[in-house]
Each structure stands twice: as C-alpha cells, then as structure tokens.
Write a protein that binds this ligand. Structure first.
Ligand code: GLN
Length: 487
C-alpha cells in the first residue's frame, strides 16, 4: 500500500495501525522460515505495536471529536509503519550497521530523521539489513546474511540499503529509510523496482546516523511512488541544530501535495556521453534508457548529449575519498566505546587489535587498509589530494551544466540486479556497479531512481532523474508525471 492508501484506510476504519503492524510482523516471522528468506528486516521493534495502538487511539478520539482531518493535517504520517536502515539510531533499539563489531550496541537517542518522522505520526517498524557499515552494492557484505530480491530471490537486492528497498518492494513496510554515500538508495531501488531518492547534501540531518564518508553521507527515502517519498521528505527535511551541514529545503510546501510536472516543453535535459556510451552498459538497460528518453521527447522536452570527460574519473575519485573518510570514521570502533569487545587481558593495544580483527568483515577491513594507505604521508599528495581536486572539478562542471539544463538523465546502474554470489569475490567488479550514481554524491546534488522497465530476465531497471542542488520538489514532480503514466 502507498502512504495515501494506508492513511485512507486508517481514516475510514478499514484497518488500524496496530492490525497493520501485527500483520507485517507475522509476515516477517513467516519469512524467517522460508528456504530462501528475503531477510529484509534484521529485527522488528516490539514497541511498534504500542506506538501503533497509541496512533489508533488518537485517530478514534479525533473521529469522535470530528477533528480527523485536522489530526492528519498535523500528523500526515500518523500510524504509517516504515523501515529503518540498521545504521540509523532509534532510541532504545539495537543498531549494528550489519556488523559483528556493533553486536549488543543499543542506540541511546533518536536520529533527527527518526525524531521528525515520529513527530508526524509515523511508526518505526524495525531495522533493515545492509552491507556492513554501508560498504557495498548488493547487501551481501552484511554479517547477517544477504537480503534477497523480492522480484526473484535468486538475485541480490542491491545495496547498501538493500534491506529497506526489499522491505518496501515486498510490501513489508509502507516506505523505507536508507542512506547514501555513493548510490546506496538509488541502486537497490533500481534493482528492486521502486523509487529511491538521494537528497541534496544537507537536506536531511545526519545526526544519529553512523558515519561512513561524512562529506558524502545523506539519508535517502524509498517508496512505491514519488508521493510516498515527498511526504516523509516534507516531515524530515530542514536545518538541524545537531548537524552543522544541514540546510532548509526551498519549496518544501509543494511536497505536501505533490503534483505531476506539466511544463515539459520548457524542460531541457542533458545526457552525458560518458554514460550513454559507457563500455559496461548492458543492452537491456540501454534499451530501457532509450525508451525513457523517447517518453521525455514525446512530452515535448528537449534532450541533448553533452560531453563531460571528468565523469570518467568519478569512480576513482569517489573510492579514494569515501575510503579515506571511512578509515578515519571507523577508528572510533575501538572495543572501548561501542559494542563488542574482545579482551584477552593483555592490555589496550591487543584489545584494540583483537576487537577489530574479530569484529570487522573482510570488505570493511580492505577499505580501512586502503583508506589509511591513501591518507599516509607518502601518498596523500598524489592520491587523496588528487581525488579531492577531481571532486572539485566534478562539482564545478556539473553546476555549470545546470546553468543550461534542468535535468541530467542517465541509467541508475550499468546492469539490472545480478545473481547472489556473482560479484562478491570481485570487489572491483562490485565497485563498477556504482559507475552512474557516485557523481551525484560527489557533486552534492539530488537524484531519484525511477522504475523504468525490465531486462530479459524480468529484473527491474531504474533510470535516474538528477537535478541541481535543492531541486527536490521539481525532480519529484517530474517523477510523479512519470509515475502517473507508468503505473
Ligand atoms: N557502493 C558504494 C560503496 O560501497 C556506495 C555505498 C553507499 O552509498 N553507502 O561505497
């Protein structure tokens, strides 16, 4: 169900929030017994039922008082259960980032995004699987088993927010929260056939989210429709005292009642040659992309191929920067402050080494090693600083492009979802899944992945509509126009 459908049913008494939550919990318990478990949720929050019952009481009281519409005006997400990624703090609940090192850690406070969603009535239903510390593109790097793709369980769900994406796609939650450092919301949205939005850097507070690459990290939203993304975005966005990089979102009010974009004849779209002609682009994805371009042209939009050679360096720049920041950020997991500890009683150094050797999985270790190598005195000039200057150029050239165009159109990923196990032992191959997504994070802009078609195996293919910084309202309304014609 969409948010609208859920809210309507809650309003007219067709269902209650508690009934909905209990039903979803039963589905989760059932799934655990399956021979090919989806494994979207790692845990359902027991207090979701209590919170749902409280929402039901509010609804009943407002009904009796004749103030139901006013109640939903103030709390537009009242009683709506949503999925949380396992790196986002929900007070009193476990948080592991898909890692063994954080086993047993309990979040002492709410992330700002959770606080704000709860304020608008939404119910955190449970925490969802992810690649360990959000490092990966398939959710196979989780210490708690992979999340399978609901469309076909032989395939990966994408990552790193694969659990949240699969939960929404399988109707195990109404909408979901993910996080992005380099595509981790858009990629699983594309693989699972739903919508996934990465917001402009700063629009959603990072307070209470476990850091991966702080200059890139953003919360993202997964939903069945652009409207299902617009409402939670409305509820969560805006400046936050606890995150100095946070900023208000302009034109926020239009998100409350998202309307389909109409003015296509004045829409100018850029297609970077570097993506349209990329070597790794799968033929089925290329076909879906052509169809999407044709739709825009039929609606009257103007599409032009642009040449942006710097984009060829985006993967290299992204992995240098993300891994350097990750190596620094993850140094806080020292066996003293958070989660698991392995202490053989030999002193601090051993405790540190043992805890980390035992707690981190192989991909996280690889990245910490690469990050520290890149930051070491010997190489920081040639590697880290070079990565940073490439990023600055990407930012500048992308911003310049938006002086002449409204949108960048490109596939979300070079391929559709692949089979479980296919890339897990080939990190470079896995990193190349991020070919089209990371420039958005590097440039700090916003982009939505829309479900646009299927490949020959019936797996979904997503296409990105990417807009300049703070253009969320426009990008979402264009996606809404797409949705209304492609239900
Ligand atoms: N796949 C990318 C990585 O592994 C992006 C991950 C993310 O956005 N969190 O770094």
């Amino acid at each position: 169900m969409t948010i609208n459908e859920t809210v309507n049913k809650l309003k007219n008494g067709e269902t209650t929030s508690a009934a909905l939550v209990k039903e979803l919990m039963a589905v989760y318990e059932e799934d655990k017994k399956s021979s090919l478990p989806l494994n979207a949720f790692l845990e359902m929050f027991e207090d979701a039922v209590t919170k749902a019952e409280a929402a039901d009481r509010e609804i009943a009281e407002a009904k009796a008082a004749g103030t139901l519409d006013k109640l939903f005006e103030d709390k537009p997400l009242l009683g709506v259960p949503f999925a949380v990624k396992d790196n986002t703090s929900v007070r009193g609940h476990k948080l592991t980032c898909g890692s063994k090192i954080l086993e047993g850690y309990v979040a002492p406070y709410n992330a700002t995004v959770i606080e704000r969603l709860e304020k608008s009535g939404a119910i955190p239903l449970g925490r969802c699987n992810q690649d360990e510390f959000a490092m990966g593109s398939s959710t196979e790097y989780s210490s708690y088993g992979p999340t399978r793709n609901p469309v076909n369980r032989e395939y990966v769900s994408g990552g790193s927010s694969g659990g949240s994406a699969a939960a929404v796609a399988a109707n195990q939650a109404v909408f979901g929260l993910g996080t992005e450092t380099g595509g981790s919301v858009r990629l699983p949205a594309s693989y699972c056939g739903i919508y996934g939005l990465k917001t402009t850097y700063g629009v959603l507070s990072r307070w209470g989210i476990v850091a991966y690459g702080s200059s890139l990290d953003q919360v993202g939203i997964l939903g069945h429709t652009p409207k299902d993304i617009a409402l939670p975005l409305y509820a969560m966005s805006g400046e936050d005292f606890y995150d100095d990089t946070s900023a208000d979102l302009p034109n926020k009010d239009s998100l409350k009642n998202l309307e389909a974009y109409k003015d296509f004849s004045s829409l100018k779209i850029a297609v970077p040659k570097q993506f349209a002609e990329a070597k790794g682009l799968d033929v089925d994805v290329a076909k879906v992309f052509e169809d999407t371009k044709a739709w825009f042209e039929k609606k009257g939009a103007k599409i032009e191929i642009v040449d942006l050679p710097i984009l060829d360096a985006s993967i290299a720049s992204y992995y240098v920067i993300a891994l350097s920041e990750a190596a620094s950020n993850l140094s806080r997991f020292d066996g003293i402050r958070y989660g698991n500890r392995v202490d053989a009683g030999k002193g601090y150094d051993e405790l540190y080494v043992e805890t980390r050797s035992n707690g981190f999985g192989p991909e996280v270790k690889r990245r910490i090693i690469i990050g520290n190598y890149v930051l070491s005195e010997q190489f920081s000039g040639t590697t880290y600083k070079k990565g940073m200057s490439v990023r600055a150029r990407i930012q500048k050239e992308v911003a310049k492009l938006y002086e002449s165009y409204d949108l960048i159109l490109c596939p979300t990923c070079p391929t559709a979802a692949f089979k479980l196990g296919q890339k897990v032992d080939d990190p470079l191959e896995m990193y190349l899944s991020d070919l089209y997504t990371v420039f958005v994070n590097l440039a700090r802009i916003t982009s939505i992945s829309v479900p646009a078609g299927k490949n020959k195996d019936g797996m979904p293919v997503g296409i990105q509509f990417a807009g300049p910084m703070f253009s969320e309202a426009k990008v979402l309304s264009i996606a809404q126009a797409w949705e209304e014609e492609h239900k």
